[in-house]
Design a protein around this ligand. Structure first.
Ligand SMILES: Cc1cc2nc3c(=O)[nH]c(=O)nc-3n(C[C@H](O)[C@H](O)[C@H](O)COP(=O)(O)OP(=O)(O)OC[C@H]3O[C@@H](n4cnc5c(N)ncnc54)[C@H](O)[C@@H]3O)c2cc1C
Length: 383
């Protein structure tokens, strides 16, 4: 079988690792990505707050050596889901099974004034540039805000506000600063009342103001004010935004999307095109856009492909379970376990925050790097 996996992010890396482990070089697996290497979403926060150096959080695809898997660094320019043919800058690829794992593209330019008058911390260049901006920030009014929905890793803005509090405190400018958090939801983590309660208490304790059920729809850089979806304005000296998310244009042009994202069978991750699957942020499967969910979905698709390669019927179905680490500041991390798609309202338990869970989070990243890239993750926070 020829299997083409588009996108070497959380979903594509897990999928091709499982295929290699189970099928070896008995089948032809091509993994395509345009990037230089993989970066965990949470590493962006580590770089931005000076906890890691940029070079130590990039895991180069050049290190990928997996039996049966050929990595091709190129940009996907077209996807024909009927012919299962992919056009790239490195030529065309034809497959028997196609898996689209191209994630969500970010569009800071879609929010008026954001590029001119603010910063965003979701793209790699945006987050890495903030390292110097935050290191030199003299104090003032900071807004952490979401500009549209859906957005990846819904806890990330809350984590950013808490880590920012620590960062400004450490630099001796917290007393000269205000931190406001603007979020579209009514509580920080809707499926987990316990996590929401703990986060709201942490905001209150640290003097972070919480502005629910609102978005920032634009900035007026001349007046240094953020324009809110309810018509209000908020003045700022430093704006840290979550930019607009969209499925990559090549996916939209392929005809795979409906209302902006790729619909899939929530149990099997199959699209409406035979032998074409989609996993992760690019889908509208009903789980949050987060790496742990992309990974869980990839495992189901891998299972189906492995079963087919062995002439068997797949027996696993996706259950929408995921676990998320939550940075609480003060070097503590909490853990939320949530199940979506169970037919009932999603519910999430909270564990921590604690320093033991901070160590668990480091191990979580290290085990992925080991499994996907076959090496240790050398952490480097010097400088
Ligand atoms: C600040 C921040 C913190 C986060 N923290 C967490 C966390 O703690 N836990 C968690 O689970 N998730 C977290 N996330 C979310 C997580 O990073 C994503 O949800 C996850 O990476 C999605 O996996 P994916 O495989 O769907 O897509 P991605 O990992 O985004 O991979 C998509 C890949 O497709 C490639 N690609 C796109 N278009 C093309 C093209 N045309 N041609 C070739 N290649 C292309 C990209 O280069 C990319 O490598 C965080 C995100 C952010 C921004």
């Amino acid at each position: 079988m020829r299997i083409a996996v588009l996108g070497a992010g959380f979903g594509g890396l897990e999928l091709t690792t499982l295929l290699s482990e189970e099928l070896g070089d008995g089948h032809e697996v091509v993994l395509i990505d345009q990037g230089e290497g993989f970066i965990f979403g949470f590493s962006k926060l580590d770089v931005m707050f000076g906890r890691a150096l940029p070079h130590s959080v990039v895991h180069p695809y050049a290190d990928l050596v997996k039996p049966g898997v050929r990595f091709v660094r190129t940009s996907v320019r077209s996807i024909d889901p009927v012919a299962k043919r992919v056009g790239t800058d490195a030529g065309d690829f034809e497959a028997d099974i196609l898996v689209v794992a191209l994630g969500a593209d970010l569009h800071p330019d879609a929010t008026p004034g954001l590029l001119e008058g603010g910063h965003e911390f979701y793209t790699v260049p945006g987050a890495f540039a903030l390292r110097d901006v935050l290191a030199g920030f003299p104090g003032g009014r900071v807004i952490v805000a979401v500009t549209s929905t859906p957005f990846k890793c819904p806890p990330a803005p809350s984590e950013t506000a808490l880590l920012l509090h620590d960062h400004l405190t450490r630099r001796g400018v917290r007393d000269a600063s205000e931190i406001a958090l603007v979020m579209p939801m009514g509580v920080p983590i809707p499926p987990s009342p316990a996590a929401s309660k703990a986060l709201l208490a942490a905001f209150e304790e640290r003097g972070i103001s919480w502005h629910p059920e609102r978005l920032v729809t634009g900035l007026d850089p001349e007046r240094n004010v953020a324009l809110l979806s309810d018509g209000d304005e908020m003045p700022y000296d430093l704006f840290l935004g979550v930019p607009v998310h969209r499925a990559p244009a090549v996916v939209e042009e392929s005809g795979l999307t409906v209302d902006g994202w790729v619909p899939v069978n929530p149990l099997t991750l199959e699209t409406s095109f035979p032998d074409v699957y989609a996993v992760g942020d690019v889908t509208s499967v009903g789980t949050p856009k987060a790496g742990v969910f992309a990974e869980g979905q990839a495992a189901i698709v891998a299972h189906a492909i492995i079963a087919r390669a062995r002439g068997a019927a797949p027996t696993s179905e996706y259950d929408g379970r995921g676990m998320c680490y939550l940075e609480f500041g003060h070097d503590q991390v909490a853990r939320v376990d949530v199940t979506f798609l169970s037919g009932a309202a999603p519910v999430g338990d909270l564990e921590g925050p604690s320093s033991a869970l901070a160590a668990d989070k480091v191990a979580f990243g290290a085990t992925r790097v080991q499994r996907w890239f076959g090496r240790e993750w050398e952490h480097d926070s010097a400088g």
